[in-house]
Design a protein around this ligand. Structure first.
Ligand code: GUN
Length: 285
């Protein structure tokens, strides 16, 4: 029987522990607070941000939200970040990406106080993660690693193929998995749009992480028995959410697989809550 990695169930168990940590901090008069900033009218971004706010409230955290007209000058976003950096009730800041073309994304990531950078995208935090001294692990990669663990798979010495090289998922997850840590010590291959013989790389891996953003690009014929597959894809096709893996054909081949929806999505949000609780603790030290 193929093990279906249930992201909702795993997220719920981690959130129950986080709720206890929030209660402990609240008893010390520190209620962890997350500020979300949305400068977009993309319905998917609006949905993601409201899910993040709701998740905060469900475990007793504070949630603050700033919406900026996507046509407004970029300065408005930079100024908002500056205000949130100074606000003692805000422990974590998340600017939903992508930002409009006239906004400099690199500057946005640089403006966020690294101690409040719960996405882990600030260059200081990226540098710390790459050198094995992470302050905030990026949420989706961290969630993916928790899911591999949930499937009972030890990554040590395993061959992992990551499909996709984004700064948000592909690069950081590859990096974390190769580190000399409990959930690392893997041999990682990173594939992308210029990779030759992709099928050979996916078929020969022990673990496949699909994070290319191409709907159902990996099917059962590109996979093999005994594998664990984590599908990070969140593609909208005719209004429906579909992954990068064709679930139906893949699930008959592999040992364990995460579905879309109900896989990585809830775990990303959970690790964001985790980072915000951690940020509140660090800012109180
Ligand atoms: N857009 C898509 N994924 C993410 C994410 O993990 N963080 C932020 N801030 N924006 C995103």
């Amino acid at each position: 029987m193929t093990y279906i990695i249930d992201g909702n169930e795993l997220a719920d168990s981690i959130r129950a522990d986080l709720e206890d940590s929030v209660e402990t901090l609240t008893d010390e008069d520190i209620t962890p607070g997350l500020a979300t900033v949305l400068m977009s009218d993309d319905p998917a971004s609006e949905t993601y941000v409201s899910m993040k706010q709701k998740a905060c409230e469900e475990i007793g955290m504070e949630s603050f939200h700033v919406e900026i007209d996507p046509e407004a000058p970029a300065e408005e976003l930079y100024d908002t970040i500056e205000d949130l950096n100074e606000d003692p009730e805000v422990h974590g800041i998340l600017v939903q990406l992508p930002v409009p073309d006239h906004v400099d994304e690199e500057r946005v990531l640089n403006e966020i106080d690294p101690m409040k950078d719960v996405d882990g995208f600030h260059p200081e935090n990226v540098g710390r993660m790459v050198t094995g001294n992470a302050r905030f692990k990026p949420c989706t990669p961290h969630g993916v690693i928790k899911m591999i663990e949930d499937a009972g798979v030890d990554t040590e010495g395993k061959d992992v193929t990551v499909v996709g090289r984004s700064n948000i998922v592909g690069k950081p997850v590859a990096n974390l998995l190769m580190q000399k840590t409990d959930n690392g010590n893997a041999t990682v291959t990173v594939c992308h749009s210029r990779t030759q013989n992709l099928e050979e790389k996916t078929k020969n891996a022990d673990i496949v992480i699909a994070a290319a953003g191409v709907p159902e690009m990996i099917d059962g014929s590109m996979l093999s028995e005994g594998q664990t597959v984590i599908d990070v894809g969140t593609n909208r096709v005719d209004g429906e959410l579909v992954g990068d893996v064709e679930f139906e054909s893949a699930k008959d081949v592999v040992d364990a697989i995460s579905p879309v929806p109900g896989g990585v999505g809830p775990m990303t949000i959970t690790m964001l809550l985790y980072n915000t609780v951690k940020a509140a603790g660090l800012q109180n030290d």
